[in-house]
Design a protein around this ligand. Structure first.
Ligand SMILES: [Fe+2]
Length: 356
């Protein structure tokens, strides 16, 4: 058999019940793919127990059936992230895969329709609802933190900004209180709903980039003045795409303000200080932290501890001066952030034990 035709998946991605239209294979010690479960058949808990007892860390699906598999993951994300048959690392990988696909669909829909469809928005909210339960579990944050330092891709970046933001806000109810006065008096269900809406802003903060060409997004040299002007339109384009949706105003404002700098030097409105909404100030920090710790088309990753020091102004950037960075895509440092929020975020990173 052709090995290239199979995609390894964790056994925990299979939940007891009836399989949709994909087959599952196991790899024999002789290197052969053996059919383990047929599409449409019931998978029983005892079968999953036997896989776990056999120490199997991976099962396989036909690569041509991965679209069906992705839809299945999305439809069953809540149960999968709750499964006892996979590790937190495997769950983090599944969560990242589903989230990346959801963001990709959102970008494609916006590009095609010029606006966010109700269906794409509901899909996004459903995914975040399930993600929130996972993020609340102990140990999940360490698993998710392992995604730091990976390549910077718009979709993956959005996923990381989502979990950093939601996990940070969950640990800092006082900050959510600033975003949504009265939050701390809400019921648990209402608080989860509020965090979900913050998660929507985090996941879709760069949705306006759907209209920025790949050549500009992936350019390894400095952007020209014209290219930079195009890039700077994305917060406004993002708002335009979401303006007709029923998302709360604080979510729309966070997307519009996420590149505003605390000292007034950001864009598109040059707002400063507390006139920038709190959620946007959080996104400004999280967005920068994840971008700097990732491998970008024009720059290598910076270690998390060094990134935190640069952001807080304790270390200079590699260009060795106090001027704004020559590459405008790094968008300035200390002057950009609400210092009090930044300190809270750095304490949060320490609690999550993000690798230095
Ligand atoms: Fe952005």
């Amino acid at each position: 058999m052709n090995e290239g035709r199979y995609l390894a998946i964790p056994p925990g991605a299979i939940i007891p019940g009836f399989l949709p239209k994909f087959r599952i294979y196991v790899l024999s010690p002789q290197g052969q793919y053996i059919l383990w479960a047929l599409e449409g058949r019931e998978v029983r808990p005892e079968q999953l127990d036997r896989l776990a007892e056999g120490g199997l860390k991976e099962v396989y699906i036909d690569i041509e059936e991965q679209f069906i598999y992705d839809q299945y993951l999305e439809d069953n994300l809540g149960d999968i992230l709750d499964s006892k048959w996979s590790s937190n690392d495997q769950k983090a990988t599944i969560f990242s895969r589903v989230s990346t696909n959801v963001v990709k669909t959102a970008f494609e829909t916006c590009f095609r329709l010029g606006t966010m469809s109700t269906e794409a928005l509901r899909q996004t909210q459903r995914m975040i609802e399930n993600a929130l339960k996972f993020i609340t579990q102990s140990g999940s944050l360490q698993a998710l933190a392992k995604m730091i330092g990976h390549n910077y891709q718009t979709y993956e970046h959005a996923t990381k900004v989502l979990w950093f933001t939601v996990a940070f806000l969950r640990d800092n109810p006082g900050v959510v209180e600033e975003i949504l006065p009265g939050y701390q008096n809400l019921s648990q269900r209402q608080q989860a709903e509020a965090l979900k809406q913050c998660g929507v802003a985090a996941l879709l903060h760069d949705i306006g980039k759907a209209f920025v060409s790949k050549e500009i997004l992936n350019k390894s040299d400095s952007l020209s003045t014209v290219e930079w002007e195009i890039m700077k339109r994305h917060p406004l384009s993002g708002l335009a795409m979401l303006v007709d949706t029923d998302l709360p105003v604080f979510v729309k404002k966070a997307i519009l303000h996420h590149h505003e700098d605390f000292d007034g030097g950001g864009y598109p409105l040059c707002l400063e200080g507390s006139s920038i909404t709190t959620l946007a100030r959080v996104l400004r920090i999280v967005d920068t932290f994840d971008a700097m710790t990732s491998r970008r088309p024009y720059k290598g990753p910076v270690a998390a501890s060094k990134t935190a020091q640069i952001m807080i102004g304790l270390q200079k950037e590699q260009n060795g001066n106090d001027d704004p960075p020559q590459d405008a895509r790094d968008e300035g440092m200390r002057r950009c952030f609400d210092e009090e929020l930044l300190q809270k975020f750095i304490i949060f990173l320490g609690n999550v034990k993000v690798e230095a």
